[in-house]
Ligand binder design. Structure first.
Ligand SMILES: Cc1cc2nc3c(=O)[nH]c(=O)nc-3n(C[C@H](O)[C@H](O)[C@H](O)COP(=O)(O)OP(=O)(O)OC[C@H]3O[C@@H](n4cnc5c(N)ncnc54)[C@H](O)[C@@H]3O)c2cc1C
Length: 561
């Protein structure tokens, strides 16, 4: 018997069987951070919960964010202290209690470009940010002279700043965070299945009693019954349910060595801010903010997006970056909600809206990754009010994510975990930072099959064992689940993971019972997805990028085993 939190093929089978027979208290549609967070919230209140996700956990905005857990300095500037306080309280909770293995502090340099007024203005803002953020969550901001700033960031042009302030926020790997949330929810009894798409809600006697859905792997239809259905479908939310305005945000990745700096960077742009964020051997540079008018499932970056980001960052660099430095690109849609209105059921935060769409059906959209736990709580509060009996309040502020318990002890003992003849300490540190104490599972797998300690070919540093574990424990069932989200090969190597694809598929095959034909189809499908992305990125604007991307047939729909 495998552990309840192991999201392997057996969990999917069990969940689909439950979904065909059981009437759940709550059915969550959408497996982004909001939906998986809602599944955990509901399951940890003792409710019976099912979750379906059309593609993969975090396939939407939740794998395409800037990967920051932050208070939002722009709200501070708008004097919206309530919002900043809420987000910074979450930042502290995630860093210290709920996900210390997944969330870590990250330093940013804020270059000052005006003598006189700017330093006291920015300094006071960051002092406030630190004091709202609470003691010890992250190091405090410090002021730097121009030469001090240039010592930390020699990549910057000396005439691009008159001084700087360094401050801290926090970062995580968004897609891995969501997979961990899904596992934690499964550990609390939730039934979860990816590649199951809702076709529409099912209504009986004027009340929503479940959904009609399709298992995209088997090509089979099913009806899932629930006392209350919650929609956490992000940019896919039907405008008739919640007025979602998808806004596209693009990031690029460049090699770390191309921008010599010991700190991240935040700079103002006309519309918003530009982040240069340390990301392993890369810098993550983003983002953009433009309206997206096309299919949310085929969002793509254009050459204009990439050129915009390069121009913004190059304005500060001594040695400008070119298109040839760009090793990865990704685009996502912020599920922004048009100003909340009177029909909103709760309006705890201006950032998200929860709306009772019909009896038995509630929808949520908006918000930030940082505040997913609050969003999930608000959503389940509304759904719970519609259920019979007394439902306990949310307790996710006391539910650490899987891998948190014992993480610090293992970190302290990492030299011993590496041991003679074992993995190098740097690898152990990397595994602990991705899996927390679940790194034990990977080390046990390697002990039984030492060949799994070998690198995943062409992946830039991931291990074969991570591919196997993604399938046995983390819900990966397609090649892109592994290359794009459980590992981030798709955005971290220049060929977007094409060279890694055959090795990854060969490692996945025995766990997922793929034959040679299926392996071939998975690789071909992955190549199609990469070709579609690259086609879009070489076009000058959204209209042509979308056209070029969709000229490559949709690599995602897939029927039949
Ligand atoms: C460029 C960018 C940068 C960002 N940076 C940050 C940041 O640094 N920090 C921060 O806090 N926030 C950030 N955000 C915001 C954050 O990423 C989003 O608010 C959050 O990920 C939204 O999660 P979600 O679960 O609501 O939506 P999504 O992650 O989009 O999830 C919706 C899911 O629903 C599924 N779905 C849709 N229709 C169906 C159906 N019919 N049946 C089944 N499933 C369905 C989709 O496949 C998808 O997985 C950023 C967003 C973007 C786009």
């Amino acid at each position: 018997m495998t552990a309840a939190d192991a999201l392997g093929p057996a969990h999917r089978e069990r969940s689909l069987a439950r979904m065909s027979g059981e009437v759940f208290d709550i059915l969550v549609v959408g497996g982004g951070v909001t939906g998986t967070g809602a599944a955990l919230d509901a399951a940890s209140r003792g409710l019976s919960v099912a979750l379906i996700e059309a593609r993969d956990y975090a396939v939407g905005a939740s794998s395409k964010s800037s990967k920051l857990i932050h208070g939002g300095l722009r709200y501070l500037e708008m004097l919206d202290f309530g919002l900043v306080r809420e987000a910074l309280a979450e930042r502290k909770l995630l860093l210290t209690e709920l996900a210390p293995h997944l969330v870590r502090p990250v330093p940013f340099l804020w270059p000052l470009t005006h003598s006189g007024w700017e330093r006291p203005y920015v300094g006071a803002g960051l002092l406030l940010y630190d004091s709202i953020g609470g003691r010890r969550a992250v190091p405090r901001a410090r002021h730097l002279s121009r030469s001090g700033a240039l010592r930390l960031a020699p990549a910057l042009r000396p005439d691009a700043l008159v001084g700087a302030v360094q401050f801290y926020d926090a970062q995580e790997d968004d897609a891995r965070y969501v997979a961990c949330l899904a596992r934690t929810a499964a550990g609390q009894g939730a039934a979860l299945a990816t590649n199951v798409a809702m076709a529409g809600p099912r209504t009986e006697g004027g009340r929503v009693t479940g959904v009609d859905a399709r298992d995209l792997l088997a090509g089979a239809d099913l009806t899932i019954r629930a006392r209350h259905v919650v929609l956490a479908t992000g940019a896919w939310t039907d405008a008739g349910r919640l007025p979602v305005r998808p806004s596209k945000g693009v990031h690029i990745l460049v090699p770390r060595c191309r921008v010599p700096m010991d700190t991240g960077l935040l700079a103002r742009t006309e519309k918003s801010v530009l982040f240069v964020i340390p990301w392993g051997d890369h810098w993550l540079i983003g983002d953009t903010d433009t309206e997206w008018r096309y299919d949310p499932g085929r969002v793509t970056a254009s050459r204009a997006d990439i050129d915009y980001l390069l121009a913004k960052v190059n304005a500060m660099l001594r040695d400008p970056l070119t298109g040839a430095d760009v090793e990865g690109v990704f685009a996502g849609l912020r599920p922004l909600v048009a100003a909340p209105d009177a029909r909103d059921t709760t309006r705890v935060s201006r950032e998200h809206s929860v709306r009772s769409v019909a009896p038995g059906l509630t929808a949520i959209a908006g918000g930030k990754f940082t505040t997913y736990r609050i969003m999930a709580r608000d959503l389940i509060d509304v759904a719970a009010a519609d259920l019979p009996g007394t439902i306990p309040p949310s307790r996710t502020d006391r539910v650490p994510l899987l891998g948190a318990a014992g993480y610090r002890e293992r970190w302290a003992g990492r030299e011993r975990l590496a041991g003679p003849g074992g993995l190098p300490v740097a690898q152990i540190e990397r595994l602990l930072g991705r899996y927390g104490s679940c790194a034990d599972d990977l080390l046990a797998l390697i002990a039984g099959r030492p060949e799994l300690a070998r690198p995943l070919e062409g992946s830039g540093g991931y291990l074969a064992v991570e591919v196997v574990y993604a399938c046995t424990h983390e819900g990966a069932v397609r090649l892109d689940d592994v290359l794009a989200r459980r590992t981030r090969t798709a955005i971290e190597v220049r060929d977007r993971g094409l060279a890694a694809a055959p090795h990854a598929a060969a490692l996945m095959a025995p766990v997922l019972r793929w034959d040679e034909a299926r392996i071939g189809r998975e690789i071909a499908r992955y190549r199609g997805a990469v070709a579609a992305d690259l086609a879009g990125q070489s076009e000058p604007d959204d209209a042509r990028a979308y056209q070029a991307c969709t000229a490559v047939p949709d690599p995602i729909p897939f029927y039949g085993p």
